[in-house]
Design a protein around this ligand. Structure first.
Ligand SMILES: Nc1ncnc2c1ncn2[C@@H]1O[C@H](COP(=O)(O)OP(=O)(O)OP(=O)(O)O)[C@@H](O)[C@H]1O
Ligand SMILES: [Mg+2]
Length: 459
């Protein structure tokens, strides 16, 4: 297996695109500058060549020799371009006729009236020169006349520098545009990944539904693998829950038999020591039976919280029902059970089994930790789109334990050792609150006892 490439896809993509854009911008700058420089040079050369030919055309042969009437208009053609200096030199058969005698001549002879161009340093400047050769008949023989015209290139340099600035601005503009496109491209490439990660991140810890988020084809294998993994995981979880439920069920039946036998034996024996140990057996059986029952209930709640059977539920009616079904248990424990709920229905969409299981556990706790002559109040209030079920008692209280201490699996308070219990009740309540997007709190009450509140969102 290959090791995962570290770093960020977004950063890498952005850097690569920006790097590419930067290289292209530099190439664009260099080529625009090069092309404009050679275009300006060619234009200047042809003007220089034309001026040189114009001078050569003014050569006349006379009896005494070669004569020339320098055509200054030809130089004004050159001068029009800028503040450049112009030089000329005319050589007849190797001897200077007129002009600057030290103006550098070309290394090779120019091919007739076709100007030969070359550059040389002259008078502290780089001078561009053009030379032509023209035979002139003078004094009975053909004289070879070479005309050289030179010009400094400051105007051309200025134009080239201006062009270079424009090329740089063009390159920068191109880079800015490419950078913007790179950012947009990167964002659009990474967005499906972000969306997928966001959708998975927002999920609750119990949410094992397959990923149905639409993704680009390149990500399809990832979501397929993810869904396969989720399916295997939830299958394994379900098997575990089913196994726990079955195991609890199988344990409860023989426990019931064991308890019945122990009770019969207790009634039949007079020996105090035997009776004491039989009572301990019964207590242990009660503990185990309670634990098995709660395990079964916990497994059912965990299983259901994934596939909730959501339906309209009247909380007021549910609380009245629970109050009624707990009336006998409250009577037996010598506890007064008061139910005060609104007369009208308080409707929400929820899984009835989940909510009922949670409320039963809260009422069960309130009664069993109340002690004789206790009073348990069940109330229901609605505020800000939420329904709050409140179950309060005047029992032994939490003796300082926090909700986090008590909601852990099999966690019980230190002050309840005399009461049968498994420590799973509040775990179940917490699970239900999470599945129904609600909130559960349990706190000590002023004046003794405790108060449990389950808040559920209304529709
Ligand atoms: N109304 C209450 N008054 C006092 N203590 C409470 C109350 N409700 C819960 N507790 C404390 O929280 C602990 C955890 O409660 P939980 O319902 O989870 O377990 P349990 O009641 O001990 O066992 P079971 O799983 O059988 O309900 C209890 O052991 C008890 O110490
Ligand atoms: Mg309990």
């Amino acid at each position: 297996m290959r090791a995962a490439a570290p770093g960020s896809i977004r950063r890498r993509l952005l850097l690569q695109l920006l790097g590419g854009a930067a290289v292209l911008s530099v190439l664009l700058y260099l080529s625009v500058r090069g092309v404009s420089r050679s275009a300006v040079e060619q234009t200047q050369d042809s003007i220089l060549g034309a001026a040189t030919i114009a001078v050569a055309e003014q050569l006349r042969g006379t009896d005494e020799g070669v004569d020339i009437d320098i055509p200054y208009t030809a130089f004004s053609m050159l001068g029009a371009v800028g503040q450049d200096r112009v030089f000329y030199r005319i050589i007849v058969d190797g001897a200077d006729l007129t002009g600057y005698a030290d103006l550098p001549a070309p290394d090779d002879a120019p091919p007739g009236l076709n100007p030969l161009f070359y550059s040389r340093p002259y008078q502290q400047a780089l001078v561009r020169l053009a030379a032509v050769n023209r035979p002139v008949i003078a004094g009975g023989h053909t004289a070879q006349v070479q005309v050289i015209v030179g010009q400094t290139r400051s105007a051309q340099e200025a134009i080239v520098a201006d062009m270079a600035w424009r090329a740089a601005a063009l390159g920068l503009g191109f880079f800015a545009l490419a950078a913007l496109l790179a950012v947009l491209t990167t964002r659009s490439v990474v967005r499906p990944l972000d969306r997928l990660a966001g959708a998975l991140g927002r999920r609750g810890p119990q949410d094992l539904r397959p990923v149905t988020q639409p993704v680009p084809v390149e990500l399809a294998p990832l979501t397929a693998a993810l869904n396969g993994f989720i399916a295997r995981l939830s299958g394994a979880l379900k098997r575990t829950e089913t196994f726990i439920a079955e195991a609890a069920h199988h344990i409860r039946t023989p426990l019931a038999t064991l308890r019945a036998r122990a009770e019969i034996a207790l009634r039949q024996t007079q020996d105090e020591a035997t009776r004491a140990s039989l009572r301990e057996v019964i207590r242990a059986v009660d503990d185990s039976a309670r634990a098995a029952g709660q395990l079964l209930e916990h497994a059912a709640v965990v299983y259901r919280s994934d596939q909730r059977a959501e339906a309209p539920l009247d909380l007021a009616a549910l609380l009245r029902d629970i109050g009624q079904s707990y009336a006998p248990a409250a009577d037996m424990a010598d506890v007064a059970l008061a139910v005060s709920v609104p007369d009208s229905a308080v409707m929400l969409t929820a899984d009835r089994l989940l909510v009922e299981t949670a409320l039963r556990n809260l009422v069960d706790n309130a009664i069993k930790y109340s002690g004789p002559d206790g009073r348990v109040e069940m109330g229901l209030g609605v505020a800000q789109g939420r329904a709050t079920i409140r179950i309060a008692d005047r029992g032994r209280g939490l003796s300082g334990a926090s909700l986090a201490d008590l909601t852990g699996r099999f966690r019980r308070g230190r002050n309840v050792e005399d009461v049968v219990g498994s420590g799973l009740g509040l775990t179940i309540v917490q699970e239900v609150a999470r599945a129904q997007r609600g909130r559960f709190t349990l706190r000590e009450r002023d004046g003794g006892g405790s108060c449990a509140e389950l808040t559920l969102p209304l529709d």
